[in-house]
Design a protein around this ligand. Sequence first.
Ligand code: PLP
Length: 388
Amino acid sequence: MQKTKTYVSDTVSRLQPSGIRRFFDLAASMEGVISLGVGEPDFITPWSVREACILSLEQGYTSYTANAGLWELRKAISDYLARRFEVLYDPANEIIVTVGASQALDVSLRAILNPGDEVIVVEPSFVSYAPLVSLAGGVPIPIQTSGKHHFKLQPEQIEQVVTPKTKALIICSPNNPTGTVLNRGELEQIARIVAKHDLLVISDEIYAELCYEEQYISFPAIAHMRERTVLINGFSKGFAMTGWRLGFVAAPKDLAAAMLKIHQYTMMCAPTMAQYAAIEALQNGADDVEQMRKSYRQRRNFFVQSLNEIGLTCHMPGGAFYAFPSIQSTGMTSEQFAERLLLEEKVAVVPGHVFGASGEGYIRCSYASSLEQLQEAIRRMKRFLERL
Ligand code: PLP
């Protein structure tokens, strides 16, 4: 019998696949490509962390953990947040260990949104925010930041889009894709406006460990913000643990309890062996993180300076491992630029428009690659620009 209807929900039908994927697939089908496309560390997880996982398996720790995560890990997260970022969360009922920061974002949004609630998304942004808002029944409301301000959110932009339906604002500092870091003064300005409109802030701090110049300020450390913040963090970026799928969310007790209900029915718990590894990462990983941070800083300095020298204007990003240069001088769209650069010089970058409308005219280049690879990428980009 002929199939006459789709079983796919309207919400999912409306979702667009991530624009990054197309370039990955194209790059994967070619030989000799230098990929500046992927958003992940090029380091292997530190050995002591891998060893802690192996040890846990040897000891036979292969069953479920508590829904919220191993007590020892939640305690380690609580100590780490206090030591590193001066924010206090009770491991008993304010921290949940999740399957990556991705799941932490998902449970946060599902725990707070009623159908039609609006969530402000500051663009250019991580590609998952708007789809996750939609999947949770909410409506993503974009704010476009500008290269003119190094993609820093201007607080009055929040006022321009707030409505009675606005429930939350998602911020991400250091930012993916721009590398922009918000300083204390800027966070305080945002804090004043969210307090005025009684908004919740979902603060994605997954790149907090990768901050190069300024001291990192965690949003809940700003006066009176802890009670209206959901803090998202994880192990993927700073600890080079993307494949372990481990993150966490820290939030006031009532919100954490709501999230735990979703987490226990949908996930049960995060992977047990990864949780044992994460304890080691938090308790003894600081030197490894510092080594990686130093290495990224060195590569950032080389790469961003070189981009400017070959004619692609780029602000110096304060954190993460992304450069976000302008390609407007070429007259091409970011999609045309990325496609031609890949086909003609075999360098994969991500066109800026996939991160939101204000990303058009820019490309995202991840500098989490060896210096040699970055040097070669710059040679190829220079040749490409000279030919135009
Ligand atoms: N948040 C941002 C800003 C990211 O860039 C990413 C990954 O690229 C994530 C969250 C998801 O991280 P995880 O691997 O912990 O799910």
